[in-house]
Design a binder for this molecule. Structure first.
Ligand SMILES: NC(=O)c1ccc[n+]([C@@H]2O[C@H](COP(=O)([O-])OP(=O)(O)OC[C@H]3O[C@@H](n4cnc5c(N)ncnc54)[C@H](O)[C@@H]3O)[C@@H](O)[C@H]2O)c1
Length: 354
């Protein structure tokens, strides 16, 4: 199988590509615009494979997307390219509307034309897998409720509204044009190669430098954390075996308050990096409560029983094992972090002719 992965230089996309190249015989074409969030250094261990190809393309550029589809003739598309950071969407929503909505529309139209041009057998097997977020469901009320695939959409931020829009477009392209689509909505991911603007890597790296660990409000927002390699495995199961037209929720069964996540990281750092910056007694002392994000959802939690029942997927990592691996990864890969933080990953793109 040849898979076209959009956003393959990002956090989750690169985990998907590493999973496919390392564990299957499939081929991958990585289509990515390389925004600030795209880092080809996250693919260094697999980019030498003859089953991997890279195309620096914007999903909003219809002619370029058409060319990639024509030249590579993929059997399926896994669509992860997006603007993904909620805080950035509050400061500047335009890029989110452009990439997440217009870009998904452009990709859907290109995919539809390509799919219609395929021979009958390839047309029958083709699939368009749209990767989305549990944030489209909005805030959960009560401690027991879970998001199911039938939960109505109620997005709160420009980011989640743009992802909700893209989900609706994907389903409409199935219903109206018969495009064979799959949709997955996933909870918060964490793990290796996560861009340091997101909570877990930010806390690890700030703590190591003795900088404040910012926590929104009282830190009592609850998220369901999923280890990124478990997510990559789930996405591969869905694109291979998922039923066309279906949606699958993917979650880690790991509901945690943000403040508990930050404290757990501090405890792991006490264990693995006890030599602290001068004057610092405990990493916990760096925790600083900051004004809450506007429109901040209080709780997200996923019911992932459908993907477990129908495709046999369950996460391998608990939050404790996954967080331990993540902290160890950041400690062992400080060069990757340094190059992201000082911008050199963008100035010296490997494998890109620019
Ligand atoms: N990170 C999470 O916790 C999480 C949870 C659920 C769902 N998701 C979804 O999973 C997908 C991937 O998330 P991520 O965390 O890996 O994001 P990311 O921000 O790390 O990566 C996004 C990638 O998309 C690329 N990209 C952005 N705009 C593009 C464009 N116009 N054309 C081509 N490429 C473009 C970037 O260069 C980058 O490589 C997103 O669709 C996101 O909404 C993420």
């Amino acid at each position: 199988m040849k898979l076209l992965v959009t956003g393959g230089a990002g956090f989750i996309g690169s985990a998907v590509i590493r999973h496919i190249i390392n564990n299957t015989e499939d081929q991958v074409v990585n289509l990515d615009k390389l925004t600030y969030a795209g880092n080809l250094e996250s693919l260094a261990e697999v980019s030498g494979s003859n089953r991997y190809a890279f195309e620096k393309v914007d999903i909003c550029d219809r002619a370029a997307v058409d060319r990639v589809l024509r030249e590579h003739q993929p059997d399926a598309i896994m669509h992860l390219a997006a603007e993904s950071h909620v805080d950035r969407s509050i400061d500047g929503p335009a890029d989110f509307v452009e990439t997440n909505i217009v870009g998904t529309y452009t990709l859907l139209e290109a995919a539809r034309q390509y799919w219609q041009s395929l021979e009958a057998e390839c047309r029958k097997n083709f699939r368009f897998h749209h990767i989305s977020t549990d944030e489209v469901y909005g805030d959960l009320e009560g401690p027991e409720n879970l998001f199911t695939e039938k939960t109505p959409y109620a997005p709160s931020s420009p980011y989640s509204a743009s992802k909700a829009s893209s989900d609706h477009l994907v389903r409409a392209w199935h219903r109206t044009y018969g495009l064979p689509v799959l949709v997955t909505n996933c909870s918060n991911n964490y793990g290796p190669y996560h861009f340091p603007e997101k909570l877990i890597p930010l806390v690890i790296l700030n703590a190591l430098e003795g900088k404040p660990l910012p926590v929104y409000g009282k830190g009592d927002q609850i998220r369901d954390w999923l280890y990124v390699e478990d997510h990559a495995r789930a996405l591969y199961e869905v694109v291979k075996k998922g039923a066309i037209g279906e949606t699958y929720n993917i979650g880690g069964h790991n509901e945690k308050k943000n403040i508990d996540v930050v404290q757990a990281i501090c405890d792991l750092l006490e264990e693995y990096a006890p030599e602290k910056p001068p004057g610092l007694a405990l990493y916990l002392d760096l925790i600083t409560f900051v004004t809450d994000r506007p429109g901040h959802d209080h709780r997200y939690a996923i019911d992932a029983s459908k993907i477990q029942k129908e495709l046999g997927w369950i996460p391998k990592e608990t939050f404790e094992t996954g967080l331990r691996k993540t902290v160890q990864w950041y400690l062992n890969n400080q060069e990757w972090c340094r190059r992201v933080q000082d911008g050199s990953y963008q100035r010296e793109r490997i494998g890109v002719g620019e």
